[in-house]
Design a protein around this ligand. Structure first.
Ligand code: 6GU
Length: 265
């Protein structure tokens, strides 16, 4: 996977990406990263790349020409005609795991990080293929969202994660949140590890973990559970939870979500 990032803050992207798992993957040649400083393509001679918005209003707008020239130099390097170029904006489609999987199939991916009040619409229309947001909140620029996306995409690239399984059996890949994990010591400050995990019975461990995943998803992300295909064992577990009612520690809201899910599945 080759990443190209157009930004006013290349050092921020370089620093972040050369850290931890993505850093190791770059060293191993599984990923490459090329940052393009948009300021290097200023057309005014004084390094400026922003100007006042036509029609007035607060803030500044990134000019079309520096962004387009940065893009031209990037296209030369990527040597790919139909290059996917992602513009990071809170107005984009909200990034999720299935988008990460889709982008991970590309050979090259380019990102445009905006700042100020935005980027001249004409250059966006000319070069952008995908508008992506990372959630419903506003950030000061596209650098962190680009890094969030590259991190999530990189771990889908074969070889990037050392344990080849760990990309598969995690939160969201099967539509459920991950179950809780425990390590030594067996008793920490009076808190026991759940006994089933010490039993050595793999079938029971797997079943317990799956049920914990269901429980966590119900608690934290009932919206995910509502859109899932539940099998017979799942429904049986959830029905037992519902029958236990208050005894299972469920809130009124969780009980009503559960009733809904069981009626509609
Ligand atoms: Cl992609 N950009 C900015 N500036 N803010 C955001 C975002 C992107 N996604 C969520 N908030």
């Amino acid at each position: 996977m080759n990443y190209y990032v157009m930004t006013l803050f290349p050092e921020m992207i370089e620093q972040g990406m050369h850290t931890s798992i993505t850093g190791r993957a770059i060293e191993k040649g599984l990923l490459s990263l090329k940052t393009i400083n948009i300021r290097d393509y200023s057309v005014t001679g004084n390094g400026r790349i922003d100007d006042y918005p036509y029609g007035g209003g607060a803030g500044m707008v990134m000019q079309a020409e520096p962004v387009y020239r940065a893009y031209e130099s990037l296209v030369c390097q990527a040597e790919q005609k139909a290059l996917r170029l992602i513009y990071l904006t809170p107005q984009g489609r909200v990034f999720d795991q299935s988008m990460a999987q889709e982008f991970a199939c590309e050979e090259n991916l380019a990102f445009l990080c905006g700042h100020y009040e935005g980027v001249d619409e004409r250059v966006l229309e000319a070069i952008v293929t995908d508008y992506v947001s990372i959630g419903d909140y506003v950030l000061t620029g596209g650098e962190l969202p680009a890094m969030v996306m590259m991190d999530a995409i990189s771990r889908m690239v074969p070889g990037v994660l050392s344990n080849s399984d760990s990309g598969v059996s995690e939160s969201f890949s099967d539509g459920l949140l991950e179950y809780p994990q425990y390590s030594r010591p067996e008793i920490w400050r009076g808190c026991q590890v759940p006994p089933v995990l010490l039993s050595g019975h793999h079938g029971n461990v797997d079943r317990w973990r799956h049920e914990q995943s269901l429980l966590r998803t119900l608690r934290n992300r009932p919206d995910l559970l509502e859109h899932m295909q539940l099998d017979k064992a799942d429904r049986k577990f959830l029905r037992k939870l519902l029958e236990a009612g208050a005894d299972s520690g469920l809130s009124e809201k969780e009980v009503s979500v559960l009733q809904n899910i069981l009626e509609n599945s």
